[in-house]
Design a binder for this molecule. Sequence first.
Ligand code: FMN
Length: 326
Amino acid sequence: MEYLNIGNVKIKKTAALAPMAGVADYAFRTVAKEYGAAYLVGEMASCKGLVYSDRKTAELLTVTDYERPMAVQLFGSEPEFVAPAIKIAERYNPDIIDLNSGCPVPKVAGNGAGSALMKNPKLFGEMVSAAVKATDIPVTVKIRKGWDDNTVNAVEIAKIAEECGAAAVAVHGRTKTQMYSGNADWDIIAEVKQAVKIPVIGNGDVDSAEKCAEMYRYTGCDLVMIGRGACGRPWLFREIEQYFNGEEITEVTFDERISAMERQIELLVKNKGEYIGMKEARMQTGWYLKGMPNAAKYRAQCGTLSVMDDLRRLIAEIRENNERNQ
Ligand SMILES: Cc1cc2nc3c(=O)[nH]c(=O)nc-3n(C[C@H](O)[C@H](O)[C@H](O)COP(=O)(O)O)c2cc1C
């Protein structure tokens, strides 16, 4: 198995789970890790929110030892908030601190943070420098291809990140205006890789072991990062590891799919309580059941989950129907 180093952090060169606010929470990250995810990134947390002592924001920074190596991700647009936010983040002992420079949602980009930093290279550099100066923990950045098709500047931004002391750069091959539509441009990831010496993490549209291998080959990136392709399919990380080890890929069974779903939701409820946990479970379970026989019916039932027993009943029904159809 090959490894890469981000600063002093050693990471298996298989695949990382991408940060996904509201999705890649403790429960999903833990299950992804159980299936072999090489590196995890927490949900983005606002620098300002942290500095103003928002409890919910701070909870996003929790790193359990099992999840290591793990980054916490910060976003913001005011360099003066970066150092104090990092001091708070340090209490959670993350392995890496990632600066979000790719988020397209209006709440973030509309305030000059996330992907909007790519429109303002000077401010982006100040943010990275402020972060690097504030901590001994490796600081990384996650960027997009650019703001829009007329301002593709991932290479310029990645070079600034490197000059300002970033330890790695993750590139999602879409512009901000693309949001999540169209195909990710892997050429831009390859161009960034050619332009900087720090490790480059390639991201966008990987949803199988073959595509993961292709991303490494095509872009020359040092690590592949997967978001949506792993939602409701955490065993993808096992498939990737087996593929890279030259082993036969273990096809996930029906039973295992259901068990993984149940495990994730149990962890979710343990972590966030039944009320919030079951609300969030509606979306997560929907992804697990996608493509199964009767998926539409089961997914509609997922939309009404409100207590753990609802899920247990649904699982019993799904298993029963499956046995009957064998
Ligand atoms: C629901 C959702 C939430 C996301 N939240 C974040 C986030 O908090 N920070 C971030 O850097 N990227 C975030 N992203 C972007 C992903 O990390 C990733 O760059 C993007 O989904 C492309 O990768 P994929 O094609 O493998 O999904 C989010 C994406 C989705 C779909």
